[in-house]
Design a protein around this ligand. Structure first.
Ligand code: SF4
Ligand code: F3S
Length: 113
């Protein structure tokens, strides 16, 4: 089992999640974070920290497969992040926007702050 960052994080990227992770298994993209599924110890501490409820345990449904694989893929190439950075200026406006993956997802790495 692992916890997974899902679509609602895209373009919101609040980063409250990173500071509570006991094993530092968050990785940073330009406008999204991922959890490395092999490093996550399933403690669940990050789940309630996310203001947009983007972090979900992987037991919540088969449609999470896409997001688990996306988390795995980018955790291998994006930099580790252990300190909360500055969220986007428009993070609040981006909450709940539909089709974020299709329209907004960036493959670019974050700066690993
Ligand atoms: Fe880190 Fe625990 Fe969240 Fe996994 S569930 S990403 S170990 S805080
Ligand atoms: Fe994203 Fe929520 Fe963390 S918006 S960066 S999963 S606190």
């Amino acid at each position: 089992m692992t916890y997974v960052v899902t679509e609602d994080c895209i373009a919101c990227k609040h980063m409250d999640c990173v500071e509570v992770c006991p094993v530092d298994c968050f990785y940073e993209g330009e406008n999204f974070l991922v959890i490395h599924p092999d490093e996550c110890i399933d403690c669940g501490v990050c789940e309630p920290e996310c203001p947009v409820e983007a972090i979900i345990p992987d037991v919540d449904g088969p449609d999470l497969d896409f997001w688990i694989e996306l988390n795995r893929k980018y955790a291998e190439v994006w930099p580790n992040i252990i300190v909360k950075g500055t969220p986007p200026d428009n993070a609040k406006e981006m909450e709940g926007v539909p089709n974020k993956y299709r329209d907004l997802f960036s493959e670019k790495p974050g700066d690993g702050s």
